[in-house]
Design a protein around this ligand. Structure first.
Ligand code: PLP
Ligand code: ZN
Length: 424
C-alpha cells in the first residue's frame, strides 16, 4: 500500500515508498533519476501552510517545516517594455520586501533546502552531508539552523564568501572548506567520501527528489499567478537541476488538466568560457566531452561561479538532455560582459539588484528576443534565481560562518576529519 506519494524509476517503472530517502533505483543506480509520483493529480494551493509548503501536495514530505521561503511571480513592466514583450513574467527568488519576496539567503537554493530537510527528518537519522559552490550551503545552513538538523557542508575556497547568514549558524552546522585550487567538483568528491562514513548520509544533489520538487515550486507558483502554463522558461544553469525540476513540474501540471497542455520550451544559459552543456547540446550530443584539467582552468576564468559544475546531470535518463529534447529547448552561451549588462539592465528597469547568474539569464532573454526565438506576445517566464542580496546587506547585518576546518583536496583523511569535528 503506497502513501500520499511514492518514487518511480523511469527506466524500469518500478515504484517504491520513500521510507529511507532513496536516491536511486537499485537496478539503475547510475543511469536514471528517480521521480516522485503524487497521489493528488490536481494540486491544492494551501493557505494553511508556511511559505513554499503552500504546494505540499507536490512535495515529498508529510510534515512542513516552519520557514517563509517561497518565490514571487509578477508581471514585468520595465524589462517587458525594454524588450518589447507583452507577457513577460518574472519569478523572483530573493529578498525584496516591496513585492513580498522574503528569501533571506537570496537565491532559489532556498526552495531546495526546506523540502529536503523535511523529507529526511522523517526518513533518515544522522548528519546530512552536502557539497556546494556557496549558495546551496547558505540555504542549507539557514534551513538546518532553523530546523535543528545537523549538517556538514563542503565548500571550495572561492565559495566561502557566500557563507553569510542573517543569524549565527546553529550548533549542528559544520563547514569544511577546501584550499585554493579546488573547485565545486572537488567538493562533491570529498562530500561523497564523508557521506559514506557511519552516521552520515548524502544530501543527494540532483538525485534528491525533494530538491527537484522544491525547485519545481517556481513553476507551480508561476502557474498559480498566471493561470496557464507559459510558452517559454529562461534560466541560467550550472547543474541544470532547476531546469529538470521545471520540466517535471510542467508534466505534472499537464496531468492536473486546469492549466493547458503545452510543453514549456526551456531556454537555458551558461556563462562563457565554461559552457559544457551549451557545447554538448549545440552539437546534438547526449554526452559531455570534457578534458577535466582544461575544464578546471576554464572554471577559474568564469565570472558566475555558481554555474560551473563539471559533472552536471545532463546525460542521465530524466536529466537535462531529456528535458531539452522533450520541450524543444535551446541553450545560450553568455559573455561576462553581457551578464554584467543584464544585471544592470534589470536593476535599472525593475528596481532591484540581481546576482550574476540571473544576469546571465537576462542576457539570454535579450539574445532570444534579438534572434526571434520568442514572439512578442508569447508568455515568458524568466527565473531570476537570485536577487536582492545588496538590498538585504543594506537592511541587515549578515554574519559570516567561518570554516570549522580546511583541507587540501578531495582525498583528505575523512575518518580523522570526523574525529576532529566530533563525528555524527
Ligand atoms: C545554483 C544556482 C543556479 C543554477 O541552478 P541549477 O538549476 O542547479 O543549475 C542559478 N542561479 C543561482 C543564483 C544559483 O544559486
Ligand atoms: Zn530502475
Amino acid at each position: 500500500m503506497l502513501g500520499r506519494f511514492w518514487l518511480e524509476c523511469p527506466e524500469c517503472t518500478s515504484s517504491c515508498e520513500d521510507r529511507a530517502g532513496a536516491l536511486s533505483c537499485e537496478e539503475h543506480m547510475g543511469s536514471s533519476l528517480l521521480r516522485t509520483v503524487y497521489q493528488s493529480r490536481q494540486i491544492a494551493f494551501r493557505d494553511d501552510m508556511p511559505g513554499m509548503f503552500r504546494y505540499i501536495d507536490w512535495l515529498p514530505t508529510d510534515k512542513p517545516i516552519n520557514v517563509n521561503s517561497r518565490p514571487v511571480t509578477y508581471r514585468s513592466e520595465g524589462l517587458a517594455r525594454e524588450l518589447g514583450l507583452e507577457n513577460l513574467f518574472i519569478s523572483f527568488n530573493g529578498y525584496w520586501p516591496e513585492v513580498g519576496a522574503s528569501m533571506e539567503t537570496c537565491t532559489f537554493k532556498e526552495l531546495e533546502a526546506p523540502p529536503t530537510v523535511a523529507r529526511y527528518l522523517s526518513s533518515r537519522g544522522g548528519t546530512m552531508v552536502l557539497a556546494s559552490a556557496g549558495n546551496t550551503a547558505r540555504a542549507f545552513a539557514y534551513t538546518c539552523s532553523k530546523a535543528h538538523v545537523p549538517v556538514w557542508m563542503v565548500v571550495p575556497d572561492c565559495g566561502l564568501e557566500s557563507l553569510w547568514l542573517p543569524f549565527e549558524a546553529g550548533e549542528g552546522v559544520r563547514l569544511v572548506s577546501m584550499s585554493r585550487g579546488n573547485d565545486y567538483t572537488d567538493a562533491i568528491k570529498l562530500a561523497d567520501r564523508i557521506a559514506s562514513l557511519e552516521g552520515f548520509y548524502p544530501e543527494g544533489g540532483a538525485r534528491n527528489v525533494a530538491r527537484r520538487d522544491g525547485m519545481g515550486v517556481v513553476l507551480l507558483n508561476a502557474v498559480e499567478e498566471i493561470g496557464v502554463l507559459p510558452d517559454h522558461y529562461f534560466q541560467a544553469v550550472g547543474s541544470g537541476v532547476g531546469a529538470i525540476a521545471a520540466w517535471e513540474a510542467n508534466l505534472r501540471l499537464i496531468g492536473d488538466g486546469r492549466f493547458g497542455d503545452n510543453k514549456i520550451a526551456l531556454h537555458l544559459s551558461q556563462n562563457l568560457p565554461f559552457t559544457p552543456m551549451v557545447d554538448a547540446w549545440t552539437h546534438g550530443r547526449r554526452e559531455i566531452a570534457l578534458d577535466q584539467e582544461r575544464a578546471r582552468s576554464l572554471v577559474q576564468g568564469t565570472y558566475s561561479s555558481v554555474l560551473t559544475n563539471r559533472m552536471p546531470p545532463y546525460s542521465i535518463r530524466g536529466g537535462v538532455y531529456d528535458a531539452l529534447s522533450d520541450t524543444g529547448g535551446k541553450m545560450y552561451g553568455v559573455t561576462e560582459r553581457n551578464a554584467r549588462n543584464g544585471m544592470s539592465l534589470f536593476e535599472s528597469v525593475e528596481g532591484i539588484d540581481i546576482v550574476s547568474a540571473a544576469g546571465v539569464a537576462v542576457a539570454s532573454l535579450v539574445q532570444a528576443v534579438e534572434s526571434r526565438m520568442v514572439g512578442s506576445g508569447d508568455i515568458i517566464l524568466l527565473n531570476v534565481t537570485g536577487g536582492g542580496e545588496g538590498r538585504f546587506r543594506g537592511d541587515r547585518e549578515p554574519i559570516v560562518k567561518e570554516p570549522d576546518v580546511t583541507v587540501d583536496g578531495p582525498d583528505a583523511d575523512v575518518e580523522a576529519l570526523a574525529r576532529e569535528l566530533g563525528g555524527a
